[in-house]
Design a binder for this molecule. Structure first.
Ligand code: PGA
Length: 248
């Protein structure tokens, strides 16, 4: 009942010249049952919009300001993203949390700002290796979710997505096993079910962290894994399209 979503996260990669081939290849190759989206760097949103408009591939950004407007040099508001017809925006990616100081409270505020502008936030959560080894994965992920739930309505999650991304699996080539991922996905869904069973049942929970063509089908076959958030493999059209096909 949940349509799978495969979202690419280009991170800080690309150029006008290089993007064009990738955008067109993904646009022309994405044909299956899964939804497909690309989260591109801000300067390339107009290019993504021009290339993907009218296709089945949606686009979005990788971060958003928690502020609506004003003297916030360097920031980009949710309304600006909506101006470029973004459907999605990542909030709380672990690289934002660990390198740019996005606290749970900031992530919650960004989530609310995105929802206010009609965007679909993709809320990223996940534990570090030390946290997993300390046996506190569930605690960490629950804390990250509760911070957002504390600042919004549960109904906001009818128009939001969660991505479980164990930090130790991002860009490392080390993937959570399907069983490890499923266990956390089930925990995340049960956390939302405590608030609203119907919203929890409809909530798409993506897995992210070294997803490749070779491991995607097994991950996406788990009952609570509703697609993927794809970093490195989203930069190569054939790899990304193979992952999209594995979700269809
Ligand atoms: P990766 O990145 O697929 O390169 O591990 C995933 C992410 O950071 O979203």
């Amino acid at each position: 009942m949940r349509t799978k979503l495969v979202a690419g996260n280009w991170k800080m990669h690309g150029s006008l010249a290089a993007n064009l081939g990738l955008l067109h290849a993904v646009r022309d190759g994405a044909g299956g049952a899964a939804e497909v989206a690309l989260c591109v760097p801000y300067p390339y949103l107009a290019q993504a919009q021009a290339a993907l408009n009218g296709s089945k591939v949606a686009w979005g950004a990788q971060d958003v300001s928690e502020h609506a407007q004003g003297a916030w040099t360097g920031e980009v508001s949710a309304a600006m993203l909506a101006d470029f017809a973004c459907r999605y925006v990542l909030v709380g990616h672990s690289e934002r949390r660990s390198f740019f100081g996005d606290t749970d409270a900031v992530v919650a505020a960004k989530f609310v700002a995105a929802r206010k502008a009609g965007l679909v936030p993709i809320l990223c959560v996940g534990e570090s290796l030390a946290e997993r080894e300390a046996g506190i994965t569930g605690e960490v992920v629950t804390r990250q979710i509760d911070a957002v739930l504390g600042g919004c309505e549960i109904t906001d999650f009818a128009k939001a997505i969660v991505a479980y991304e164990p930090v130790w699996a991002i860009g490392t080539g080390r993937t959570a096993s399907p069983e490890q991922a499923q266990e956390v996905h089930a925990l995340i869904r049960s956390r939302f079910a405590r608030e609203d069973a119907a919203i929890a049942g409809g909530l798409r929970i993506l897995y992210g962290g070294s997803v490749k063509a070779g491991n995607a089908a097994e991950l996406f076959g788990q009952p609570d894994i509703d697609g993927g958030l794809i970093g490195g493999a989203s930069l190569v059209a054939a790899d990304f399209l193979a992952i999209c096909a594995a979700a269809a």
